[in-house]
Design a protein around this ligand. Structure first.
Ligand SMILES: Nc1ncnc2c1ncn2[C@@H]1O[C@H](COP(=O)(O)OP(=O)(O)OP(=O)(O)O)[C@@H](O)[C@H]1O
Ligand SMILES: [Mg+2]
Length: 293
């Protein structure tokens, strides 16, 4: 960064939103037209790492033509000297993992809106010919109203058709273990049903604040995904209806062909059932009442 930490290319850095293992997310301003953006830059130790630079370029290639309210816009790759970064639409909202962790009451109250928009965003991506491949609560930004934006296309894959499906074995398995479908664990070709499996784990977590599969070791965790009994979300949240628990179980079927065919068909099913036996209360309303007492 030629001009110190204040600028990346033409973008003035306002603040760091988050710093992870490989990437830092900044809030930034283009002073020329006073527009705010999000900047995704590699952490200093990774800035020369060709694989990571490729991942940023890949993210742009995947998402540049997407145009959907529930999917974050990805605009361009910027450079500052030898530093490459991704320029994205800025969202003021935290990710869904944080909401589940820090404000679970709100997550439950907004669950019907959240899950509908999660499925709509993934259905859109699948319809555009892509498998997201890293579906998990950290990769959705969520407002207090439950509006969703899908992010992080770093390991998204083109849906393979015909014969190429059978020649997909991967040198490096990518994804997040707690959310990975059996076929992703095996390094096989991914398909919309692979996102459906991971979205099933997310749905389970959204309703219970628990993951369906955990393990003492990664081997144990992966074995449960591949052959463990599919748990019932009602063990952790008895307010979930039987129909909803069944739908989640279908999404978590071990064989992709036993899962729902598409997010469209899941949206269709969910419009005909209730998620909760009794609708959770608005946590803000409760707080106001508490204040009155
Ligand atoms: N456009 C954005 N607007 C606001 N916040 C964002 C935006 N993009 C990402 N974030 C925040 O930064 C976090 C990480 O972003 P992202 O998932 O794209 O990076 P990552 O590749 O997973 O990074 P890491 O490997 O470090 O976890 C998100 O969970 C979210 O909290
Ligand atoms: Mg991420």
């Amino acid at each position: 960064m030629g001009r110190g930490l204040d600028y990346l290319g033409k973008y003035r850095i306002i603040r760091m939103v988050r710093s992870g293992h490989t990437c830092q997310i900044y809030e930034a301003m283009d002073d020329f037209d006073h527009k705010k953006f999000a900047i995704k830059a590699l952490v200093p130790e990774q800035r020369k790492n060709k694989e990571e630079i490729k991942a940023l370029q890949h993210e742009l290639a995947v998402a540049k033509d997407f145009d959907h309210d529930n999917v974050i816009e990805v605009y361009e790759i910027g450079t500052d000297g030898s530093v490459y970064f991704l320029v994205l639409e800025l969202s003021p909202h935290p990710n869904l993992k944080l909401m589940i962790r820090n404000d679970f009451e709100m997550a439950l109250y907004r669950a019907p809106t959240i899950i509908e928009q999660v499925f709509i965003s993934l259905g859109y991506m699948n319809d555009q010919g892509w498998v997201h491949s890293d579906v998990k609560p950290d990769n959705f930004l969520v407002s207090n109203e439950g509006d969703i934006k899908l992010i992080d296309f770093a390991i998204s894959e083109k849906i393979r058709t015909g014969f190429s499906r059978w020649f997909a074995s991967k040198p490096r398995i990518q994804g997040t273990m707690s959310y990975m479908s059996p076929e992703q664990i095996r390094g096989e070709a991914l398909m919309p049903q692979s996102d459906i499996y991971s979205a099933g784990i997310l749905f389970y977590e959204l309703l219970s604040r628990k993951l369906p599969y955990t393990g003492e070791s990664s081997d144990e965790l992966l074995r449960k995904h591949i052959s463990g009994d599919i748990p019932d979300v009602r063990t952790h949240n008895p307010n979930v209806t039987e129909e909803c628990s069944e739908l989640i179980k279908q999404m978590l079927a071990k064989k992709p062909e036993n899962r729902p065919k598409s997010f469209k068909s899941i949206l269709n099913s969910i419009s005909r059932i209730r998620i909760f036996r009794a609708m959770p209360k608005d946590p803000l309303e409760n707080k106001e009442q508490d204040g009155d007492e």
